[in-house]
Design a protein around this ligand. Structure first.
Ligand SMILES: [Zn+2]
Length: 250
């Protein structure tokens, strides 16, 4: 039965991933999520159901618009597949519990942020404010142990990022700071600190790669949101294992 749920979760994730693309690209531009309906950004043709089937339409159309043949960014496809895989991983590991809902909400938040941050170097307040009450409610019904560690984690996560922003004089975006409040709420104090370390490490590697690929001397800003999202998801599922491993080193 588990395998059936997992496959369903994957398909569910593909569809939601497609929706997260729309939300992540439209909300920062203050556009409505529902109107206008999805359209080709090049020829404005309204997309039909056939264009909107996640992954398959991309493969069938070979990544091009049916009418004007403009290239469709593979980022859309990537968002769908990653969301699908993460939804499947969630159901595989957690089954069908209240915690599953928390995890799916957390992943949804992070995927939307990755899309926005990639496209505009921006983490929209609207998205954070939408998920804040949902995740808080999730942590009331599916608390971590001890329950108050959610509140402490949120305050510590926000506080440390705020301090870094002050010290680095704007090196940290306001969206990143607020995002860490939500991460603290979900993960608790210790795992939030672990997320911060891991995000900094991933961000550093990404920064080096980008510098090499672009081959530019000048530093070009790289969005930090995707590194935070990746770190948060790794810690959500494997934080305990990482901390155990670390503790065993001594
Ligand atoms: Zn087109």
């Amino acid at each position: 039965m588990e395998i059936v749920y997992t496959v369903f979760a994957f398909i569910f994730g593909l569809v939601f991933g497609s929706f997260f693309n729309v939300v992540g690209l439209r909300v920062p531009k203050k556009e409505s999520i529902s109107t206008p309906p999805s359209h080709c950004t090049n020829c404005q043709r309204r997309l039909t159901l056939l264009d909107l089937i996640p992954v398959f339409s991309y493969i069938f159309l070979r990544g091009k618009c049916r009418t004007c043949h403009a290239k469709i960014s593979p980022i859309y496809l990537l968002t769908e597949i990653i969301t699908g895989l993460l939804f499947a991983l969630t159901v595989w590991k957690l089954g069908l519990t209240i915690e599953t809902v928390v995890a799916l909400l957390f992943i949804s938040l992070l995927m939307i942020i990755v899309v926005s941050d990639f496209a505009y170097m921006l983490i929209p307040d609207k998205v954070l404010l939408f998920f804040l009450p949902l995740l808080a409610l999730g942590r009331i019904f599916s608390p971590i142990d001890p329950w108050w560690d959610s509140i402490l984690g949120a305050v510590v996560g926000f506080g440390i990022l705020y301090l870094i922003a002050v010290i680095s004089n704007g090196g940290m975006g306001g969206g990143d700071i607020k995002l860490f409040f939500l991460i603290g709420l979900v993960l608790g104090t210790l795992n939030t600190l672990l997320t911060l370390f891991l995000a900094a490490f991933i961000g550093m590697i990404v920064g080096i790669i980008v510098l090499k690929v672009r081959n530019q001397g000048r530093k070009t800003p790289v969005p930090f949101g995707p590194s935070i999202a990746l770190a948060a998801i790794i810690v959500y599922f494997y934080g305990e294992a990482i901390l155990d491993w670390y503790a065993n080193l001594f």
